[in-house]
Ligand binder design. Structure first.
Ligand code: 5GP
Ligand code: ZN
Length: 112
């Protein structure tokens, strides 16, 4: 999709610190990390949010989660948080589906 930041990172047109890839997903470090490990996992195909991806491509949705677990394990963390911000009022600023993987510090509940 034109003018989508994460489509451009997936395509390699904008640099990203990629830590893991699968057939359907790319995982790269967040540019403004909120935890020692803060990785974004995105589908290669463009969908606006997690629900749209799940409706269109359940396999890719599952791969986002299994990728997050694999990255957490690779970085030495058994405990981690997965977040899908959906909609601007919930904190979504990039409208290409992405999962936040956060790990490496105590994570309080509820989030802000
Ligand atoms: P959202 O707010 O949509 O849930 O998450 C978007 C995330 O993308 C934010 O955590 C933000 O720091 C990250 N981000 C924004 N621009 C870039 C960028 O150019 N590169 C990377 N790696 N992350 C970015
Ligand atoms: Zn996109």
């Amino acid at each position: 999709m034109e003018d989508c930041l994460f489509c451009k990172i997936v395509a390699g047109d904008i640099p990203g610190e990629v830590v893991h890839t699968t057939e359907r997903t790319v995982a790269f470090r967040d540019i403004d990390p909120k935890a020692p490990t803060h990785v974004l996992v995105v589908p290669r195909d463009h969908y606006a949010n997690a629900a749209e991806l799940a409706a269109a491509d359940p396999q890719a949705t599952a791969e986002l989660v299994t990728t997050a677990a694999a990255v957490a394990a690779a970085e030495g963390y058994a405990d981690y948080r997965i977040v899908f911000n959906t909609g601007a009022e919930a904190g979504q600023s990039v409208f290409h589906t992405h999962l936040h993987l956060l790990a490496g510090r105590p994570l309080t509940w509820p989030p802000g």
